[in-house]
Design a protein around this ligand. Structure first.
Ligand SMILES: [Zn+2]
Length: 275
């Protein structure tokens, strides 16, 4: 017996396998990802393009592009403050996977069930990552000393997890609306109205970013280096294990992204059911 192949899905797969590697190579050449990030991006990108369709992939492309552009915005100043992304802003496989894992699973569930709810989930999850990345990277360019989201009276160092600025808040909203406008393409394919797609994406993106800050300020591991005495989010510093000050060793930056995109996707799915 020859297994049945859905001809439309075979076409989508072929198209995805052509388009995603080329766009990914562009992202690699422009310094958005390193080679491991490129490979992780291929898996996630092809999955989303193949199982969701090109309209879904456009949102992933949006996340990658604006994330990369705004990571470079004021990069030398961020580097001077010690808050810039490592490796000149190139993101590795852990970062790429943390940003796209939940969205990829949503595409899988959508194809398996055929239920539009999973598009709402996808929209919220991926838009959370776009909004959070922009909130972080644009917020870091602000001269304002950030406050901790859980104790708004307290000013903290720029780059502290859970630190928020007005500029970051505006960036969150702007990025979430941008993702919403792009999300209308996938929405109209499912018969959604424009306002519905934008509302679902904005509610998901903003709440995912909010959760990211809350978890960053509470559950995320924070350490003190035993060698140089610096406070850091990395479990090792100066080549040796750092002392944990608060939070959990399990909850690093990437895990915070996975959990907050899961929550952003869930809120978006809830909004879709209510609207
Ligand atoms: Zn150190």
């Amino acid at each position: 017996m020859v297994p049945e192949v859905d001809p439309s899905l075979a076409t989508e797969f072929a198209l995805a396998s052509l388009v995603v590697p080329v766009l990914g190579l562009g992202a690699y050449r422009l310094g958005a990802v390193d080679i491991t990030g490129y490979v992780a991006g291929l898996f996630a990108g092809i999955t989303v393009f193949w199982l969701g369709g090109w309209t879904w992939f456009v949102l992933v492309f949006y996340l990658t592009t604006v994330g990369s552009i705004f990571t470079r915005l004021g990069f030398s100043r961020k580097a001077g403050l010690g808050v810039a992304q490592e490796k000149g802003g190139r993101r590795g496989w852990r970062n790429v996977t943390a940003n796209l894992l939940v969205g990829g699973v949503a595409a899988l569930l959508f194809r398996y069930t055929g239920v539009g709810l999973w598009y709402a989930f996808f929209l919220g999850a991926v838009n959370s990552m776009a909004s959070d990345t922009l909130a972080t990277e644009i917020g870091l360019t602000s001269a304002e000393r950030p406050r901790l989201i859980t104790r708004l009276r307290e000013r903290v160092e720029a780059g502290t997890s859970g630190a928020v600025t007005w500029r970051g808040a505006y960036a969150t909203l702007g990025a979430a609306i941008g993702g919403g406008v792009i999300g209308t393409m996938g929405g109209s394919a499912l018969g959604w109205s424009f306002p519905l797609a934008i509302a679902v994406a904005v509610v998901g993106g903003v709440s995912g970013t909010f959760f990211d800050s809350i978890i960053g300020a509470t559950l995320q591991g924070r350490y003190k280096c035993r060698e140089c005495g610096k406070e850091t989010e990395r479990g090792t510093h100066c080549g040796s294990p750092a002392e944990i000050l608060r939070g959990s060793r399990f909850m690093d930056n990437d895990m915070v992204n996975v959990v907050s995109s899961l929550l952003g996707g869930s809120v978006a799915a809830g909004a879709f059911l209510l609207l």
